[in-house]
Design a protein. Structure first.
Length: 232
């Protein structure tokens, strides 16, 4: 599906909704009813497959800032459950899964690379395979698990997963470590068991970077579109 070029009559569910006002980026047109995001400088732009963007919801109104500077105009944005175009064969089997912005009205079930996640589980088979599982789906593959090491190595491994955020649970099936990401690449141990935790891992590969920003979670699927919870 291509991006919308005019205002869109986007259907929304009547559920608790949140409104925020964002300053519009310079030389930018925002269309009412379309999916919008903020850029790295914090200004509102149309949602697209640019991973530097953070999707923030649905534009309640349009704004033509073509000739304006950053912040010359503002737009009210609705964080809600809204209906967008199904651009990636999304079905009811994907309800509850994250979804990603392809453009300002199209949603994909895959991000084109590796999904971001707040919680993940790192497992290995005790020989030579390591996998990072997010919601039961293998999203990273790594190797070299034979060298016995300590939990410090798991913190090093965590720093090699830049697409993951906040908190992780690492386990080999028996021992478990929960680590918290304080800042980019900065992890600390929150909890682990047993106290003498030791793992067999010596290196981890970082996987494939995402190619689309997260738009929220799939809520419902119609024959003609996908309901996306932009608050999730």
């Amino acid at each position: 599906m291509t991006a919308a070029t005019e205002a869109r009559n986007t259907q929304k569910l009547t559920v608790p909704r949140e409104w925020r006002t964002f300053p519009v980026a310079a030389a930018t047109v925002i269309l009412a009813g379309t999916l919008v995001a903020v850029n790295a400088s914090g200004y509102l732009v149309p949602a697209s497959a640019d991973t530097t963007l953070l999707v923030v919801g649905v534009a309640e109104e349009g704004a033509d800032n073509t000739s304006g500077a950053n912040g010359a105009l503002e737009v009210e944005v609705d964080r809600c459950i809204a209906k967008f175009v199904n651009g990636d064969s999304i079905t009811i089997a994907h309800v509850g899964d994250p979804c990603y912005a392809t453009d300002n009205q199209t949603i994909a079930k895959g991000d084109g690379g590796t999904a971001a996640a707040k919680d993940a589980t790192l497992t290995f088979n005790g020989t030579d395979d390591v996998g990072l599982y997010v919601d039961g789906v293998l999203v990273y593959v790594a190797c070299d698990t034979n060298a016995a090491t300590t939990i410090d190595n798991w913190l090093v491994a965590a720093a090699k997963f830049p697409q993951l955020t906040e908190k992780f649970t690492f386990t080999d099936g028996t021992t478990k470590i929960t680590v918290t990401k304080k800042t980019s690449g900065d992890f600390s141990i929150e909890d682990y068991s047993p106290a003498t935790a030791s793992f067999a891992i010596s290196s981890v590969t970082a996987g494939v970077a995402p190619t689309k920003p997260r738009a929220g979670k799939i809520h419902l699927v119609d024959s003609d579109g996908v309901w996306v919870d932009t608050r999730a």
